[in-house]
Design a protein around this ligand. Structure first.
Ligand SMILES: Cc1ncc(COP(=O)(O)O)c(C=O)c1O
Length: 427
């Protein structure tokens, strides 16, 4: 496989786009080599500018749950373009998508549409702080909620350490308001609340994290989290930007029967166009401007093209058999990988939630970020490169989720498992 056009374009791009890309993980730094520049995509396939074709398991990092260019979604967007692309005024489309989202997530009584997952989490945190009248927040090590200042923070040396900025440019004075706990360790959360019982406004969590790779909750962790929040009067925010329509239709909160106070969504609800959303209980959401005093706004929020893509995507997802198909395909891939790994004597840990999964090159179970970080990154890089060379486009990092779509066929699964067989041979 040749990548000369992509390589040349990347060299050019690096002079005018920082790092040659518009979002860091696209640069392939975690696996070495240069990124592939994409020309087009259709169904389960993605085509690069060198004429290579790949089976795509990135799916734009989650949104393309129906595959690329789904005929119904594409046609709805094309029709919407002819009616104008942005008005900066309310449309019936926003009300329609809101209804669909609230039906899918009964814990949400009201919703605000924004343009990205970052904006959703940022808005949710501001609102939760205002509602609770407190400044501190808790997030979990390894959970990603976009790149707003107060969320770009990782743990210090111990659970009680005040947050330190993860990036230059995040003021220490902001980071110090973010405590970091350990996913799947309820005591790490309780300790923080015991030390600061009246200072913590909210806990934000990816209920099934996808940003340290997929990790599943264990031992009633999510229920305990809800109980602790209730005890201390803190708002529980589920960031389901990734898991929302991936774990199942209705998200992790439906699977684990948890009623969070607030939820963040993104990715799938925009059907491949830029959309995010945050919502929750009316008593909280009514504090949001213009109903209440907490300011939040957006020139392109509720954009008619994005709303149209979201509506059509959710309509397709509601059809009978869609999630069964997604689960079946994901199962075939995960079980297939497990069988090959066993046969080769290669220790791996596969965590799956609905149509997203991570294959960790790890001989131990992965329950939190520390466990995930012990994965063998050299093995992952080799695996990634062999898969790519055999026409399989995977997320270029061990700490990401693989996304399966309804467009993946049995033939795709077979080709994928053939490539896994080859990749494992070289490890
Ligand atoms: C759980 C979660 N929250 C928030 C975000 C940020 O979303 P965006 O990249 O749309 O800003 C992401 C992005 O991957 C995410 O996975």
């Amino acid at each position: 496989m040749r990548f000369s056009n992509s390589t040349k374009l990347f060299e050019k791009a690096k002079n005018i786009l920082p790092g040659g890309v518009n979002s860091p993980v696209r640069a392939f730094r975690a696996v070495g080599g240069n990124p592939i520049f994409i020309k087009k995509a259709k169904g389960s396939k993605i085509y690069d500018i060198d004429g290579n074709v790949f089976i795509d398991y990135v799916g734009s990092w989650g949104p393309m749950i129906l595959g690329h260019c789904h005929p119904k979604v594409a046609s709805a967007i094309k029709k919407a373009v002819d009616k104008g692309t942005s008005y900066g005024a309310p449309t019936p489309l926003e009300v329609e998508l809101a209804k669909l989202v609230l039906e899918a997530f009964p814990s949400m009584e009201m919703v605000r549409f924004v343009n990205s997952g970052t904006e959703a989490a940022m808005g949710a945190i501001r609102l939760a702080r205002a509602y609770a009248g407190r400044d501190k927040i808790i997030k979990f090590e390894g959970c990603y909620h976009g790149h707003a200042d107060s969320l770009l923070v990782k743990a210090g040396s111990g659970a009680t350490t005040l947050g330190v900025p993860d990036s230059p440019g995040v003021p220490k004075d902001i980071a110090k308001n973010t405590y970091t706990a350990i996913y799947n360790d309820i005591n790490s959360v309780k300790n923080l609340f015991e030390k600061d019982p009246e200072g913590i406004a909210c806990v934000i969590v990816e209920p099934v994290p996808g940003n340290m790779g997929v990790v599943l909750p264990k031992n009633d962790f999510l229920k305990n989290l809800k109980d602790v929040c209730r005890k201390y009067g803190a708002v529980l925010i589920f960031d389901e930007v990734m898991s929302g329509f991936r774990s199942t239709f209705g998200g992790v909160q439906k699977l684990y029967k948890i009623d969070p106070d607030m939820t963040c969504l993104g990715k799938v609800i925009g059907g491949g166009l830029p959309v995010g959303a945050f919502g929750g209980k009316k008593k909280i959401m009514e504090k949001l401007s213009p109903a209440g005093p907490v300011y939040q706004a957006g020139t392109l929020s509720g954009n008619p093209l994005a709303m149209t893509a979201g509506i059509e995507t959710l309509k397709q997802l509601k059809k009978k058999g869609v999630y069964e198909k997604l689960l079946k395909t994901t199962n075939q891939i995960c079980c297939g990988i497990e069988v090959i790994a066993k046969r080769k004597g290669l220790p791996v840990w596969i965590a799956r939630s609905g149509s997203m999964f991570t294959l960790f090159f790890n001989n131990k179970p992965v329950h939190n970020y520390l466990d995930a970080k012990k994965s063998n990154l050299e093995q992952f890089s080799k695996y990634f490169r062999t898969m790519l060379g055999n026409g399989i486009y995977l997320p270029p990092s061990q700490f990401e989720a693989v996304f399966v779509s309804t467009a993946h066929t049995n033939a795709d699964v077979e080709k994928t498992l053939d490539a896994v067989e080859k990749a494992f041979k070289g490890i």
